[in-house]
Design a binder for this molecule. Structure first.
Ligand code: NAD
Length: 493
């Protein structure tokens, strides 16, 4: 089926041109197909690059490094803002493209594009504040300075669940610091990446500062990016299993690494919580992107005194979810990314039922085109069950009760992951206790979301290394260089 057969659902401008012609100029090599997970339809064929193209991209980035790093921060910021402004101007087209290849509802896709762009604007400003230091010297004959310099060529490997924002979140601080970036997007969602790179070229970002290696076989290209001496830093967002693999591959050249990995977020509802607010937060934290986010609430830990009331209110909201094509009006629940993802979700649910959990609703695929899973609620979930330990990555609520706050904290921390945690309570003392005792990089109190360009995003334990966003986010892309100036004799002046 040709891409243009998507008639009314096909975007008409920038995105349609890209879908009709996604290949780099002059590309005659192999291609791989991209599908729409909401319909199963074929969208486009994209360049299937390999180690040769990855090596060439690193060489191009290495060539671009001195020029880009040598520009003034003000110049780099201006170039970044030109790209940002083009992204904003094309936001609707970018959102439609994102929904077509990934499936999330159009409003969420638009939110993702805007969220990603906010990192470009934020780090364009931060570029101008990459100050060094002068340290009071303990030796009168020595002056002590610290320079903050770009780390060098960066490789960025990104997942399919936020095909647009995950690229912008990495590229923005890297560009601000003066680092060129070679990007390898996920094989399921390369179109948003191609779109962002085309806009970067149109905005006038210098050649080689950003390059893209689209491919179907990630391990071959990733090996080049992790083992190449010319790449000085890897920034990876994806599963913990692959993150560990890439971390090991980076060891041979002692690269700097940032890892944004998987999560297993607890969502704690205390007995004094505003239950309507908790349910609203739960819907956001669980069903955004059909539960396919690293910060998705994975384990609902609910005080036994409010379990029945919370469950009843949540079930009522879940009944209102509308599964469908993200481009159709009214859709609030998109598909699972692919058949493998759907199998994973279903097998976790079936295993939980076999282990003694009870289904209150769902527990099956939806009988329609595309890869959809029914919104599901499991009650009686315990820490002994696999579903309590695993990242579900689907629209599945698991309910587990607790009787006091210490028990809730112990249950919440009983995981190797440590990305996001949510808690609802009106008690100020409990808020402090939860903030300090939860072993997670981000704690949302009385809120269903945590992402902001102004805040440090990232995980503890096996959820990762490093932070994206905030004034701290640029640190991952700079080297501190100490300069000691000795032999100073002021009495000789
Ligand atoms: P994934 O690990 O399968 O893939 C991520 C990237 O790694 C893709 O580009 C993929 O092509 C590549 N890859 C896959 N296998 C590889 C291999 N053997 N060698 C080298 N590269 C390989 O993850 P995914 O399924 O695309 O994304 C979902 C995961 O990402 C979830 O675990 C989610 O929690 C995590 N995630 C984390 C964050 C965060 O900020 N912490 C954000 C979004 C997603």
């Amino acid at each position: 089926m040709s891409a243009l057969a998507f008639d009314m659902n096909t975007p008409t401008g920038f995105a349609a041109r890209l879908i009709a012609d996604p290949l780099p100029a002059g590309w005659t090599g192999a291609t791989f197909p991209v599908f729409n997970p909401a319909t199963g339809g074929h969208l486009a064929d994209v360049a299937d690059m390999g180690p040769t193209e990855a090596t060439a991209a690193v060489a191009t980035a290495t060539g671009a490094l001195p020029g880009w790093a040598g520009r003034t921060a003000k110049d780099r910021a201006a170039a970044m803002m030109a790209w940002h402004d083009l992204i904003i101007r094309n936001r609707d087209e970018l959102a439609r493209l994102l929904t077509l290849e990934m499936g999330k509802p159009l409003a969420e896709a638009l939110g993702e594009v805007m969220h990603g762009a906010s990192y470009i604007a934020w780090f364009a400003e931060e570029a101008k504040r990459l100050n060094g230091e002068i340290i009071p010297s303990p030796d009168p004959r020595r002056r002590m300075l610290v320079l903050r310099q770009p780390v060098g060529v960066v490789a960025a490997i990104t997942p399919w669940n936020f095909p647009s924002a995950m690229i912008m979140r990495k590229v923005a601080p890297a560009l601000a610091a003066g680092c060129p970036v070679v990007i390898k997007p996920a094989e399921d969602t390369p179109l948003s990446a191609i779109a962002l790179l085309r806009l970067a070229t149109e905005a006038g970002l210098p050649d080689g500062v950003l390059s893209l290696v689209t491919c179907q076989r990630a391990p071959d290209v990733a090996r080049v990016l992790t083992e190449h001496r010319g790449v000085r830093k890897l920034s990876f967002t994806g599963s913990t299993a692959v993150g560990k693999l890439l971390m090991a591959q980076c060891a041979g050249t002692v690269k700097k690494i940032s890892l944004e990995l998987g999560g297993n977020a607890p969502f704690i509802v205390c007995e004094d919580a505003d239950l309507d607010a908790a349910v609203a937060g739960a819907m956001l934290a669980k069903f955004r992107n059909a539960g396919q986010t690293c910060i998705s609430a994975n384990r609902f830990l609910v005080h036994e005194a409010v379990m029945a009331a919370f469950t009843e209110k949540l079930m009522a909201r879940i009944a209102g979810l509308q599964a469908g094509d993200g481009l159709a009006g009214g859709t609030t629940l998109g598909p699972i990314i692919n058949a493998r993802g759907l199998d994973n979700v279903d097998s976790l649910v079936q295993a939980a039922v076999a282990e003694g959990a009870s289904l209150l609703t769902g527990g099956h695929r939806l009988d329609r085109d595309g890869t959809f899973y029914a919104p599901t609620v499991l009650t009686g979930v315990t820490p002994a069950m696999e579903i309590f330990r695993a990242e579900i990555f689907g629209p599945v609520v698991t309910l587990c009760s607790f009787s006091n706050i210490s028990e809730a904290i112990a249950l919440a921390n009983d995981t190797d992951y440590g990305l996001a945690a949510y808690a609802y309570t009106r008690d100020m003392n409990r808020m402090w206790l939860l903030s300090e005792a939860l072993e997670f990089g981000m704690v949302a109190l009385n809120d269903g979301t945590v992402g902001s360009e102004a805040a440090p995003f990232g995980g503890m334990k096996e959820s990762g290394i490093g932070r994206e966003g905030s004034r701290h986010g640029i640190d991952d892309y700079v080297e501190l260089k100490y300069v000691g100036m000795g032999g100073i004799n002021q009495s000789a002046a």
